[in-house]
Design a protein around this ligand. Structure first.
Ligand SMILES: [Zn+2]
Ligand SMILES: [Zn+2]
Length: 457
C-alpha cells in the first residue's frame, strides 16, 4: 500500500487503514465518537467525508438504502400529492450522493423503526422461536425495500397530503369529491410504478402491519383472521406505517395526536389496499395474496410443518402455533377485552371481583399469564406442558379451563380469605346482580349443582 504514515503522539496512523475502519463502522454514533478520538483520525475523515458517511449509512440501513433515502428526501422536501414521476427516484442516491445532516438524522430515525419491525416480522412470519430478526440477507432486503416504499407512499399521499390540500371545515362537497378522485389516481399511479413481485412484497407487509394494529385494538390475536379490516388499520397506515412499531409497543393511540374528522375517513379508507389491488387487477393478477402457496418475502419458514403438540392438526401452519417464546405476541397493552370472554359461565361479570380481575389481567404480561396457567394444570390436562406448541384452538381451550382457577390462585397469593364456594360456581347468575351474594361466596370454581340456568359453557 503506497499510503503515507504520519507519526502522531508517538504512535503511527495508517491513513488507508483508518479510512477503511471508518467505513465499516456500524452507525453514526460510532463514527462521531471515533473521529473525535484524535486530530489525525479527524483529518483522515475530512479527506473522504462523503464516501465514509455513505458507507456508514449503508452499514446502518443495508441494501435498501436507496429506498430509505428516497423516503427521507421526499418527506423532508414535503413532496405531497405529487405524481410518481415528479418524486425523487430510487436512483437519487446516485444523482445526489452527498448525504446532508438532515438526511442522516431522518435515516437514523426511520431505520431504527424499520429494523424493529423486521425483527417482529421475522418472529411472526419466519421463526417463532426468536424475537430478533432471523431473515436471510435476501429476505431482509425484500422486507426493508417494501417497508420503505410503503412508508414513502404514506408520506407523500397520506395524512400530510390531506392536510396540505383540504381546508379545515371545508364543506365544498364537489371540491372534496374531485380531490378524492385525484388522490386515488395519484395513489394508483404510485403503485403502478412497481413490478408485480414488488407489489406482492408490499401487500405482505401491509397484511403484517394490519395484524399488529388489530392486536393493539385489544383483540386477542389468536382470533384474528387474515381478512380482518377496520378503519383503525387503514388510518394507522395512512399516518405512518413505520410507526406501527410504536403501536405494537404502546397501543393504538400513540400514532397520532389528532383524531381524523368525518371527511378524512373518505381519504384513509382502504388507503393502501384499494390502489394496490386495482393495479394488480389491471394486470390480470389475483387481487389478494394467494392462500396455501409460498408467501412473498420469506423463502423458508422455520418449523413450517410443525404440528400442535396436543391435537396434531394438519391444517395449522407452524407459524400459528403458540409457546413460551411467542405467547407475548398474543395480546398487547392495553390488552385483551376478548380474553375475558374466555372465562366460563358468568364469572366475568362477578360484581365483587370483576374490576380486580380486569386490573390484574392488565398488569400481567401475556407471557406470565399463560405460563402461570400451567401452574394450575387440572387432571384432564396432565399431559400438557408449558413447553408445548399449541394451536389457537387448543390454547383457547386451555385458557378457558384454567383462567378462573388461576385467578383464584392470585387471590390466595394476595392473602384474600376465600369464602365458601357457591353451589353454582361460575355458572351462578346471582353473582352478576347481587353484590352481597357475590361477596359472600366464591364463584371462581366449578358448579356442584346441576340445576343452574343454561349458560354459554
Ligand atoms: Zn391443537
Ligand atoms: Zn352464587
Amino acid at each position: 500500500m503506497g499510503n503515507t504514515i504520519h507519526p502522531m503522539h508517538g504512535s503511527f496512523v495508517n491513513a488507508d487503514l483508518v479510512a477503511c475502519v471508518l467505513r465499516v463502522l456500524p452507525n453514526f454514533e460510532c463514527l462521531a465518537s471515533t473521529i473525535l478520538t484524535s486530530k489525525a483520525i479527524y483529518n483522515i475523515f475530512q479527506q473522504h467525508p462523503c464516501s465514509v458517511v455513505r458507507s456508514v449509512a449503508y452499514n446502518l440501513v443495508g441494501p435498501a438504502l436507496p429506498q430509505a433515502l428516497r423516503f427521507v428526501r421526499c418527506q423532508n422536501a414535503q413532496l405531497y400529492s405529487k405524481p410518481v414521476d415528479e418524486l425523487l427516484g430510487e436512483d437519487d442516491i446516485q444523482k445526489h450522493p452527498v448525504l446532508s445532516s438532515e438526511d442522516i438524522t431522518s435515516l437514523v430515525a426511520i431505520s431504527t423503526s424499520v429494523q424493529e419491525l423486521e425483527s417482529l416480522f421475522s418472529w411472526r412470519m419466519k421463526d417463532r422461536r426468536y424475537k430478533t430478526s432471523q431473515l436471510s440477507f435476501a429476505e431482509s432486503t425484500r422486507f426493508q425495500k417494501a417497508m420503505y416504499r410503503l412508508s414513502l407512499f404514506s408520506a407523500v399521499y397520506g395524512r400530510n397530503a390531506y392536510e396540505s390540500t383540504i381546508e379545515p371545515d371545508s364543506d365544498q362537497l364537489e371540491e372534496i369529491d374531485s380531490a378524492l378522485e385525484e388522490a386515488k389516481a395519484l395513489r394508483k399511479g404510485f403503485f403502478a410504478s412497481f413490478s408485480t413481485l414488488e407489489l406482492r412484497d408490499i401487500q405482505r407487509i401491509e397484511m403484517f402491519l394490519r395484524g399488529i394494529i388489530v392486536r393493539a385494538e385489544g383483540v386477542y390475536f389468536a382470533t384474528i383472521s387474515p381478512t380482518t379490516y377496520s378503519p383503525e388499520t387503514s388510518f394507522a397506515l395512512y399516518c405512518a406505517p413505520h410507526r406501527v412499531i410504536d403501536v405494537y409497543k404502546g397501543g393504538l393511540y400513540c400514532i397520532t395526536e389528532r383524531d381524523p374528522d368525518m371527511m378524512e375517513e373518505m381519504f384513509f379508507n382502504d388507503f393502501v389496499i384499494w390502489p394496490l389491488t386495482s393495479v394488480l387487477v389491471d394486470r390480470k393478477e389475483p387481487p389478494l395474496l394467494p392462500v396455501n402457496q409460498k408467501q412473498p418475502i420469506i423463502d423458508e419458514i422455520v418449523g413450517e410443518h410443525d404440528r400442535c403438540s396436543q391435537c396434531q392438526s394438519d391444517t395449522i401452519n407452524g407459524l400459528d402455533l403458540w409457546g413460551p417464546s411467542n405467547w407475548s405476541y398474543l395480546w398487547g397493552t392495553p390488552p385483551l377485552h376478548s380474553i375475558t370472554q374466555l372465562l366460563k359461565g358468568h364469572v366475568g361479570a362477578n360484581l365483587a371481583d370483576g374490576v380486580h380481575f380486569l386490573t390484574l389481567l392488565r398488569e400481567t404480561p401475556a407471557e406470565e399469564l399463560v405460563g402461570g396457567l400451567f401452574d394450575y394444570n387440572t387432571p384432564a390436562y396432565i399431559t400438557w406442558n408449558k413447553a408445548d406448541w399449541l394451536c389457537s384452538q387448543c390454547l383457547n381451550k386451555f385458557i378457558r379451563d384454567h383462567l378462573h382457577i388461576w385467578y383464584l390462585g392470585q387471590k390466595i397469593k394476595k392473602g384474600d380469605v376465600i369464602p365458601e364456594n357457591c353451589w353454582y360456581g361460575y355458572n351462578c347468575r346471582t353473582q352478576t346482580h347481587r353484590l352481597a351474594h357475590a361477596q359472600k361466596l366464591n364463584h371462581w370454581c366449578e358448579p356442584t349443582r346441576g340445576d343452574a340456568p343454561p349458560t354459554n359453557v
